[in-house]
Write a protein that binds this ligand. Sequence first.
Ligand SMILES: Nc1ncnc2c1ncn2[C@@H]1O[C@H](COP(=O)(O)OP(=O)(O)O)[C@@H](O)[C@H]1O
Ligand SMILES: [Mg+2]
Length: 293
Amino acid sequence: MIDFTNLPVKKKAYAGANGSKISVVYNGELYMLKFPVPPARNKEMSYTNSCISEYIGCHIFESVGISVQETLLGTYTKNGKEKLVVACKDFTSSGIVLQDFASIKNTIIDSAHNGYGTELSDILQTIEEQSVVPPETLKKWFWDMFIVDAFIGNWDRHNGNWGFLYETDTDQMTLAPVYDCGSCLFPQADETIMKRTIAEQTERDLRVFEIPLSGIRIDNRKINYFSFLSSLENPDCNQALERIVPKIDMEKVYTIIDEISCISDLQKTFYKGILTERKEKILDFALCKLKSL
Ligand SMILES: Nc1ncnc2c1ncn2[C@@H]1O[C@H](COP(=O)(O)OP(=O)(O)O)[C@@H](O)[C@H]1O
Ligand SMILES: [Mg+2]
C-alpha cells in the first residue's frame, strides 16, 4: 500500500460529484487522488467502498484489453485519520485536454436535449453525426464500454464520465481511456449487505437482475442491463457482446480482487460472487441466446 500523504500537491483541480479529489505528483507523474465518497443512502457506513470499486472496475477494463486510466490503491492521512484512496493517473498533458462526450453532444443535438441527457437514441444519434472520430469506431467503443459496465454493475456512465482527448496544437481528437468506475460493484454495500448477499440467492438475484440500472435511458427510463442485453434488440450491442464476453477471463478477475491487500475476505468473496453471477446470468445468458438464433 502506497502512502500518498506527503507527496507534492499541484493546483490542478477535478470536477465530479462523487467525493473530494486532489492532484499529487507520484514517481514524477501527476495523479488525481480520489477520496472515499460519504454514503448517500446507507447511513450505517461512514464511507462507501467507492475507491475499491474504482480500482477493481478499471482493472477489469484493462483485463479485457480496453484502454483505461491507471489506478493504484493507497492511503492518505489527514487529522490523524487514515483513509483509503485511489490514485488515478492523469491522462492529460500539456496541450492535451479531456473533452467529455457531453461537450461533443452539445455540438450536435439541439438545445432541447442537452449534452448531459442520457437518452440512448440521442447518444446514438450523436455518435452517428459527430465527426471528431470515425462513427464506427466510436459506436464500437460505446458498446464495448456498455458491456463491461453491465458486467461490473456501473450505474453512472453518464456523458461526463467518458470522452476524448483533444490535442490543441494539431486539432486532433482521440478516445480518452476509460475513467470513473467509482460507481460500480455496489460501493454502498456494508458488511451486513455483503454477508446477506453471499448467503442468500434472492439477494444475489436482486443484484444481478434488478440493480443497479444503467445511467443510460430508453424513453426516459434507466436501462435494466439484464432485460436490455437479453432482449438482443440492438445489433451493435449484440456485436459488442460477441467481441467482449470471450475476452473476460474470470481467473484474471479473481486475481485482481485477491491481490488487494487492504480488504477483508468477506469483501473479496462478495465481489467475486457478484461478478461470477453477473457474468453467467447476464452476459453468458445473452450471448448464448444470440448464438442460438
Ligand atoms: N485519469 C484522469 N485524468 C485526467 N482527468 C480525469 C481523469 N479521471 C477523471 N478526470 C476528470 O476529472 C473529473 C472527475 O473525475 P471522476 O472520476 O469522474 O469523479 P467523480 O466520481 O466525482 O465523478 C472527470 O469528470 C474528468 O473530467
Ligand atoms: Mg465522474
